[in-house]
Design a protein around this ligand. Structure first.
Ligand code: ADP
Ligand code: LRH
Length: 473
């Protein structure tokens, strides 16, 4: 029997899970969970990187001395910069900070969207690492090394420096076909080559815990360190004809492919090609996700989510709907007011009660999933028979039901902690304990409860609602 510690840092919370593997049996336990609270200081929105690191250390301590290895995954695109002596230069900035305003548009105007997309295959999002680095200006002069968040925490744990490839593929500075840093693109936009460490494929060794941590000489593995990459490893799919929704703060909606799809149609539909394990591509669209609901809850002073969802269940169906990916929903703020503003712009009566707001958010997410699943299948030619929902959103029964009906496909929900499971399974594979992706998924399928939601018969109401939120398409 081997016990792995999987550190999974999401935008809303971090957790350290232990995953026990004994033959073909898998068991998942939570060692530690902590809130991920961004901090606005001096007008800039930061991650509280030291609090996160402390959470990782507390979690590893609680995971106990018997773990055979540890690995870290987190949200993508963000990074820390080190000076020549390996010291952190400033606190990492949150991707929702407004410092990147206008930079993506300027870069596209200079280089052309096609050039950027042909190389990186990345969806155009204003916070992609490339645009954040361009927002750094001359602060980059002092930088010696860029480390993505999981690589930074791994460096603090072990002293080992590297750039894990699945997360590197979210920078916009990675050549998705060559699976290498996009050196020429860096030159063209004026980002110095010297800051990018050597790439590491997921499953590479990343040193052992430093002696001064007093946690024992435990090996650390560079797992599929982009949380979405780890989550997709643990999708309990029985064959390849599936779409996934990795549902947490964001909803990442798409299919798994053997190679990137770099077509003009895919670029215009804002699909991304992210690197996965075993050379797979996650062909997906970022949908704004449960973030909108999280911000509603914050603005309302933190009411009980379960009660709100029960009330939303009773609220009238097919009231107002929004496009969750409208840029107005990206920064932190008063989402109920922004939803009302969206409704006013599109000639809809805004939701009145909190229950109606929640119903509006969930139906709108289901509609956005419908569009993304259909686009993914159409643009890639990949057949989709079933949708796997993994992550915290798999616990939202109403959302899962709405998703099945909107997409007219069965939804299989679970596991909730897919990223942690994928993280641990890549560690186990690095130790030679398990085989290929299909075998990993089989292990998850046997171990984790999965809820099934069948679609209601098609009624035409989703089409009608879609036309209200996306009038132009
Ligand atoms: P992240 O990794 O991005 O921080 P998670 O995968 O932890 O996100 O998912 C968090 C989301 O899961 C919450 O925003 C919430 O909407 C949803 N969630 C968590 N628990 C429940 C629950 N019991 N019922 C419904 N939804 C839940
Ligand atoms: C989800 C996620 C997603 C990225 C976003 C920044 O946690 O990693 O895949 O696009 O955060």
């Amino acid at each position: 029997m081997s016990i792995y510690a999987a550190v999974d840092l999401g935008a809303s919370n971090g957790r350290v899970m232990t995953v026990e593997l004994a033959g073909d049996k898998l068991r998942l336990d939570e060692a530690h969970r902590f809130a991920n609270r961004p901090v606005r200081a001096g007008g800039t929105l930061h991650w509280d990187i030291l609090a996160l690191y402390q959470g990782v250390l507390d979690g590893l301590r609680k995971a106990g001395p018997d773990i055979v290895s540890a690995g870290i995954d987190s949200w993508a695109v963000d990074y820390g910069l080190l000076d020549g002596a390996g010291r952190l230069l400033g606190n990492p900035v949150h991707y929702r900070d407004e410092r990147t305003a206008g930079i993506m548009e300027r870069t596209i105007a200079e280089l052309g969207a096609a050039t950027l997309y042909e190389t990186s295959g990345m969806q155009f999002l204003p916070f992609n690492t490339i645009y954040q680095l361009l927002a750094e200006g001359d602060r980059l002069d002092a930088a010696h090394t860029l480390l993505m968040i999981p690589d930074l925490l791994t460096y603090w744990l072990t002293g080992s420096i590297g750039a894990e490839a699945t997360n590197a593929s979210t920078t916009g500075l990675y050549d998705v076909r060559a699976r290498a840093w996009a050196w020429e693109l860096m030159d063209r936009v004026g980002i110095p080559r010297r800051i990018f460490p050597e790439l590491r494929p997921p499953g590479s060794p990343a040193g052992t815990l430093r002696a001064d941590l007093e946690l024992g000489p435990i090996p650390v593995t560079s797992v599929a360190s982009h949380d979405t990459a780890s989550a997709v490893v643990a999708v309990p799919a029985a064959n390849e004809r599936f779409a996934y929704i990795s549902s947490g703060t964001w909803s990442l909606v798409g299919v798994e492919l053997p190679a990137p799809v770099l077509t003009e149609a895919g670029r215009l539909a804002n699909f991304t090609n992210e690197g996965g394990v075993d050379g797979t591509t996650r062909y997906l669209r970022n949908v704004m996700g449960l973030w909108i609901l999280q911000e509603c809850l914050r603005v309302w002073g933190g009411p009980d989510l379960g009660e709100l969802l029960a009330a939303a269940e009773r609220a009238p169906a097919f009231g107002a709907v929004i496009d969750p990916d409208d840029p107005s929903f990206l920064p932190p703020g008063d989402m109920p007011a922004r939803i009302a503003a969206f409704c006013a712009r599109t000639g809809q009566r805004p939701p009145q009660s909190r229950a109606e707001v929640v119903r509006c958010v969930l139906e709108s997410l289901a509609l956005a999933y419908r569009r993304a699943v259909r686009d993914a299948a159409r643009l890639s030619g990949h057949e989709v028979e079933v949708i796997h929902v993994v992550g915290g959103g798999a616990r939202n029964e109403l959302l899962c039901r709405l998703t099945a009906s909107a997409c007219e496909l069965p939804v299989l929900a679970g596991p909730v902690e897919a990223a942690a499971l994928g993280n641990a399974l890549v560690q186990a594979r690095a130790r030679g304990e398990v085989g290929g992706l299909a075998e990993l998924r089989e292990l998850v399928r046997r171990a984790e409860p999965i809820a099934v939601y069948e679609p209601e018969p098609a009624s035409g109401r989703w089409e009608e609602a879609e036309a209200r939120a996306w009038p132009a398409s």
